[in-house]
Design a protein around this ligand. Structure first.
Ligand code: FES
Length: 162
């Protein structure tokens, strides 16, 4: 269940500008989608038709690329994405408790985004730093050797934000 509420409408003028700035590139579609996501936070479904028109593609072709690459999201995500590792090494070293505490602090379940679009909570299979288990990633920063005290230092009580 998604907690996102009152999602602001995407600024289509801004998106048209991004499309225009990528038109002269040789293989523009993926860099264009990356740029839209970087600037808007996700790929609003309303952008698929203008993109297809600009590059002479079918909307289904644009949609196909968005669906194919896991890096693209078509729903808004939080400014900070918190990923809790569910891999084996993290699991045996208390990852389940860490996930529970992160959920409590953020007031979110997996896959949910806070109403103020500040946080999205996800889990991942393994982030490749098993020696530091249990691990979480906040944005681009990895935090290893997590324990309940570190969870509350990093995330405090964010419940009810927004
Ligand atoms: S299992 Fe968590 S980092 Fe590898």
């Amino acid at each position: 269940m998604d907690k996102v509420q009152q999602v602001p409408k995407p600024d289509l003028k801004q998106i048209e500008g991004i499309i225009a700035s990528c038109k002269d590139q040789k293989w523009p579609l993926i860099p264009l989608l990356q740029r839209i996501q970087e600037e808007v936070g996700y790929i609003p479904p309303e952008t698929i038709n203008p993109i297809a028109r600009a590059f002479g593609l079918f909307p289904s072709q644009v949609q196909g690329v968005i669906t194919f690459y896991e890096q693209f999201y078509t729903t808004p995500r939080g400014r900070k994405v918190v990923r809790v590792c569910r891999g084996t090494a993290c699991h045996v070293r208390g990852g389940k408790t860490i996930l529970k505490l992160v959920k409590q602090n953020l007031g979110l379940e997996e896959g949910e985004t806070s109403p103020d679009l500040e946080y999205t909570l996800e889990t991942v299979a393994c982030i490749g730093v098993c020696a530091l288990a249990p691990n979480i990633v906040i944005g681009k920063e990895t935090h290893g050797n997590m324990n309940p005290k570190k969870v509350s230092q990093l995330l405090g009580d964010k419940k009810g934000s927004g």
